[in-house]
Each structure stands twice: as structure tokens, then as C-alpha cells.
Design a protein around this ligand. Structure first.
Ligand code: SAM
Length: 298
């Protein structure tokens, strides 16, 4: 089903820091086998059901583009993520097959991109290291595209996801804490240049009310950072008030949205949004080009 790199002759330099496996167990195996008993019902969302879906394609393609852009300058930077997930997903896992979201997502969208697109590069390197059904979450995309002097700081509150994340990215600073609190404590980071990705699962409905307040403080604390928020476009319009507030607070930010058919009949998510403070030059054009592909989806 997921055969992105079949026939790809080009060997990629395997610079990914995820190659360093501290105990010799393949990271993809850990992602599958960390026991569920650690999840005491605190959080139920698991990104493996949704990895590689059309929302991931939107978010990950633009994230990869931004990271490629900011690493053009020969100065170190900080990458931070409030809701990291496990970083490495196996799209042949039962959970991914069950929803079929990757089949409707990256499996269909991979030919939307040039072979040297940074998102494609990160998928290809992931496949080279972890196998053809592996898919990189945002922390792994960052790990692949960033350089040795850059720093990666990640929060993931779910114990099982956090254990898998730590295993997949042994050189990143991984914290099993609330991501919003982590960012408040970490900003401004050192190095000062960089990007913060906020990618909540929105399991807690209060997130929609709280996020503008968090972002206002992040933007004040870190006056040079790129701050990117992912949000779902919901048929119920639950996200709408949050966006109105964000736009009033940050009139110069880029709001980019794509629509797609729901993953299943009646499924509430009908699109994907990215709200970016201090967007890198050219992001709006790149995003508009990507949207033309989404617009053709049936
Ligand atoms: N950013 C990831 C990617 O694109 O590959 C996907 C992240 S997934 C949408 C959201 C993650 O946030 C889940 O793994 C969930 O366990 C975690 N999470 C939920 N609430 C959290 C919180 N308050 N702080 C940190 N992580 C949280």
C-alpha cells in the first residue's frame, strides 16, 4: 500500500541522528511494542491512527519547507514542539490500516511533490533507515532536516508515546510534561533563532479557548521565533472562535487552510489549518501551490 520509495535509485546521505540507537533495538519496533499498561486512561489520542493522513501531509510538508528555509542560513537554531507524538510511525500497523487515513493521505499525495522537496527527503531517509512502511512524525522530520549544532526540545505527555519518542530520537531533549507549560518555560530558547510547533490533539476542548492566550505569551517571550499552530477544520466550526482571536492578536500571521473529504462518512474533520507567526519569506506561495493539489481531491 505504502510504496513511496520503490524504485528510488538515489542513495541519501544518512545524516539522521535517529540512526543512533542507544540499545540496539530498532526504533520502529519500540514504537509498536511499548506496553499499553502505562497509559492509565489519561490521554486516549494516539497519532498512529492518523499518521500520514491529509492533515499530516499539509502540516508536515509546510513544516519541512520552513525548516529547509531556516537552515539555509549558517547559524544554529532551536526547534521546539509542544505535542510531539512518537516521531516514527509504521503505516503497516493495525491501527493505521484500520482507519485507512494514510492510504487516503501520503500514499495518494506523494507524487504531488518534487523528488528533492524537503518533505520527500525526510520520508525517503526515514524509509532508508526504518523500512518502506515507516513514516516520520514532525520531530523526526525536524531531526532529519536540522544540523548538528541545532537543538531539539520536545514535550509529549503520554507515557507510551514519550518512551517511543525518546527511543526514536535519543539526542533530542524529550520531556514527559505538558507541552504548553514546557514552551512557557523554554522561551526564549538558546539559540534564539528557530521554530516552535504547537500541534495539540484537541482532546481537551478548553485548548481552543486557551491557545490564543498561550500564543500571545509565547510571541512576547520570543520576539524572533517562528511560531506555528496546527488546527483541524471542523464541520462543527468549533475552531472558528480560536481563529478569530488569533487573527485579531496577530494580524501579520499567515493563516493557511486546505479542505479535503472526511476520512469516513460523518467524520468531523474536513480540513487542516496552519497559523504561522513570523512566516518565512515564500511560505505563502509554497502553501498556495500545495493547496492547488488539495483542491483537486474528491
Ligand atoms: N506533532 C506530531 C506529528 O505531527 O507527528 C503529532 C502529535 S499528535 C497530533 C498530539 C500528541 O500530543 C499526542 O501524542 C498526545 O499524546 C500528545 N499530548 C496531548 N496532550 C498533551 C499535552 N498537554 N502536552 C504534551 N503532549 C500532549
Amino acid at each position: 500500500m505504502y510504496s513511496l520509495c520503490t524504485g528510488c535509485a538515489r542513495r541519501i546521505a544518512l545524516s539522521c541522528r535517529a540512526l543512533t540507537r542507544f540499545d540496539g533495538i530498532p526504533a520502529l519496533t519500540v514504537a509498536r511494542t511499548v506496553p499499553r499498561a502505562h497509559n492509565r486512561g489519561m490521554l486516549s489520542y494516539q497519532h498512529i491512527y492518523h499518521a500520514g493522513n491529509l492533515a499530516d501531509v499539509h502540516k508536515h510538508a509546510l513544516l519541512a519547507w520552513m525548516l529547509a528555509y531556516v537552515t539555509r542560513k549558517d547559524k544554529p537554531l532551536s526547534y521546539l514542539e509542544t505535542h510531539a507524538g512518537r516521531a516514527l510511525y509504521d503505516l503497516s500497523a493495525d491501527e493505521a490500516i484500520k482507519t485507512g487515513e494514510a492510504a487516503q493521505g501520503i500514499a495518494r499525495a506523494s507524487d504531488w511533490f518534487d523528488a528533492d522537496d524537503p518533505y520527500m527527503n525526510s520520508i525517503r531517509q526515514t524509509n532508508e533507515i526504518h523500512g518502506q512502511t515507516a513514516y516520520p512524525g514532525s520531530p523526526l522530520i525536524a531531526d532529519i532536516l536540522l544540523r548538528d549544532g541545532d537543538t531539539i526540545t520536545l514535550a509529549e505527555r503520554h507515557p507510551r508515546e514519550c518512551a517511543a519518542l525518546q527511543h526514536a530520537l535519543p539526542t533530542a531533549q524529550v520531556r514527559q510534561v505538558d507541552g504548553f507549560a514546557m514552551a512557557h518555560a523554554a522561551l526564549p530558547p538558546t539559540p534564539r533563532r528557530g521554530l516552535l510547533l504547537i500541534d495539540p490533539s484537541y482532546e481537551v476542548k478548553a485548548d481552543y479557548d486557551d491557545i490564543p492566550r498561550h500564543i500571545r505569551k509565547y510571541a512576547r517571550a520570543w520576539n524572533v521565533g517562528i511560531i506555528a499552530l496546527w488546527y483541524p477544520i471542523l464541520a462543527s466550526n468549533t475552531h472558528a472562535n480560536m481563529l478569530t482571536t488569533l487573527q485579531n492578536d496577530h494580524p501579520d500571521a499567515l493563516r493557511h487552510e486546505v479542505r479535503f473529504p472526511p476520512a469516513r462518512p460523518g467524520h468531523g474533520m474536513v480540513g487542516s489549518g496552519l497559523f504561522v507567526l513570523r512566516p518565512p519569506f515564500g511560505l505563502a506561495e509554497r502553501a498556495a501551490k500545495l493547496k492547488t493539489r488539495f483542491d483537486l481531491l474528491k
